[in-house]
Design a protein around this ligand. Structure first.
Ligand code: THU
Length: 158
């Protein structure tokens, strides 16, 4: 049997701060920060904000919505992605910005969970164009991943 070792490389870019972003991306990250205020997170005390920009420029925001039956809650990213799908079904998602607030209220790093990555990949496939992701990192740096597929190699498909 033939065997082969293969390697993934992930391309991403980092910006020193929100101020280093282009104006529209800065606005989107500010919307994600604002969305942390709408989180319902009485169990984790970890407020996540997501904001996505559609191809017509519209911003749709989401935040994590928890529930006492823990798995019934939803992450900020999927809240935003599903809200966009429900309210703007014919629009393509262009960029998604994500940020969190720790229990002390300070801005914190947020990187999407596996389930959100799976939804992001499928949203990208529906739109037939790459979705850029902007992640807030510690010390205020921003990571940009230009294609959602890079966030989830070997994603599920049927
Ligand atoms: N959470 C998100 O909203 N997005 C992520 O990317 C990871 C985790 C939420 C789920 C839960 O409400 C809280 O953060 C702690 O896990």
């Amino acid at each position: 049997m033939e065997t082969a070792t293969k390697t993934f490389t992930i391309d991403y870019r980092e910006y020193a701060s929100i101020e280093a972003l282009a104006a529209d991306d800065r606005e989107l990250m500010e919307a994600a920060i604002a969305a942390t205020a709408t989180a319902y997170a009485p169990y984790s005390h970890f407020s996540v904000g997501a904001a996505l920009r559609l191809d017509d420029g519209t911003i749709v925001s989401g935040s994590n919505q928890e529930n006492i039956a823990y798995p019934s809650g939803l992450c900020a990213e999927r809240t935003a992605l599903f809200a966009a799908g429900a309210q703007h079904p014919d629009r393509r998602v262009a960029t998604l910005a994500i940020v969190a607030r720790d229990p002390q209220g300070s801005l914190a790093e947020a990187s999407p969970c596996g389930a959100c990555r799976q939804v992001l990949v499928e949203t990208q496939q529906r739109g037939q164009a790459p979705i850029r992701t902007l992640l807030y990192l510690s010390e205020g740096r921003i990571r940009e991943i230009a294609d959602a597929r890079q966030l989830l190699p070997f994603s599920f498909s049927m």
